[in-house]
Ligand binder design. Structure first.
Ligand code: SAM
Length: 283
């Protein structure tokens, strides 16, 4: 798989895979607007052969399998084997026959040039150490005149579903020092940065579209907070180290900081993502 750092990343995400599988239905609902926008930006249609890079525990691969239909096919990939296995289990359970699985890094895709009509990546690009290599690989395996599309998060002020917990936790546990280009959720939040990398990787007609949407579910604060901790290896590790009294104070502080996002048993976080897409040059 390559570098020690990639092994560490694969292990960290692999440890989260059981939770991403547990919450797959909720993740599907919460991020459905992202899936819709991604599929539209990549112009995914019946009969296509599509690559999903860093596919996690199932989405958007499962939605793509449905969209391309029995004449098409989706290949789901992830650097964490446990994520890919979780997707495979769901495909088998649901009787989805047009989904294939591969464990691989985005930096070295094990596919021939031009193998796919479309390549997509939802919420994964921020974690690729060498984004230029990954973008180059996704372009390489997409046929000339095909489409490549990514979704990444906007900044912390526009993604409170993620940022509030991180900010409140920092009052209780000193955050690890991070370089400006740290592999975190907001790495490509600045407008134009990912689009510039995609142009450098050879994509043409690159567009960047902000997408405002709500992360909404019919759950209360307690269900949100349990899910939020479980989905993140960092939160699981840091919260797990707190003694009971401090953990209770943290719960109270997060409850207070997120109060405006819960009403009558419903969670609704205003959110923003960037949809960045382009075409592979035609011959
Ligand atoms: C936030 S999750 C997103 C998963 C899924 N695409 C979704 O939208 O639900 C990020 C995923 O990126 C994967 N990942 C991180 N670095 C990777 C790399 N270098 N190559 C492939 N996948 C990677 C992780 O294993 C994880 O499944």
């Amino acid at each position: 798989m390559g570098s020690e750092e990639e092994d560490r990343i694969a292990n960290a995400w692999g440890s989260s895979a059981p939770y991403w599988e547990k919450y797959r239905d909720r993740l599907r609902q919460m991020y459905a607007p992202l899936t819709d926008a991604l599929l539209e930006a990549a112009s995914i249609a019946p009969g296509q052969r599509v690559l999903d890079v860093a596919g996690g525990a199932g989405e958007p691969s499962l939605a793509i399998a449905d969209r391309v239909g029995s004449d098409g096919c989706v290949v789901t990939t992830d650097v964490a084997g446990a994520m890919v296995a979780a997707t495979g289990r769901e495909a088998q359970r649901a009787g989805i026959a047009n989904l294939r699985c591969a464990v691989c890094s985005a930096l070295a895709l094990p596919f021939r040039d031009g193998s796919f009509d479309r390549s997509v990546c939802r919420l994964g690009a921020m974690f690729f150490r060498d984004i230029l290599s990954a973008a180059g690989e996704m372009s390489r395996v997409t046929r000339p005149g095909g489409r490549v599309a990514y979704v990444v998060w906007s900044g912390p002020d526009r993604t409170p579903f993620i940022s509030v917990a991180t900010e409140v936790l920092a009052r209780f546990v000193a955050p690890d020092p991070e370089p400006p280009d740290a592999l975190n959720a907001w790495r490509f939040a600045e407008r134009g940065v990912l689009a510039g990398h995609l142009r450098d990787a050879g994509l043409v007609d690159v567009s960047e579209t902000p997408l405002a949407f709500d992360i909404a579910l019919p759950i209360d604060f307690d269900a949100f907070w349990k899910m939020r901790i479980e989905l993140s290896d960092t939160l699981r590790e840091k919260v797990g180290r707190l003694d009971e009294a401090v953990a209770a104070s943290l719960d109270d502080a997060v409850r207070e900081a997120t109060r405006s996002f819960f009403r009558s048993g419903t969670m609704r976080f205003p959110s923003e993502a960037l949809v960045v897409a382009g075409s592979t040059a035609s011959h």
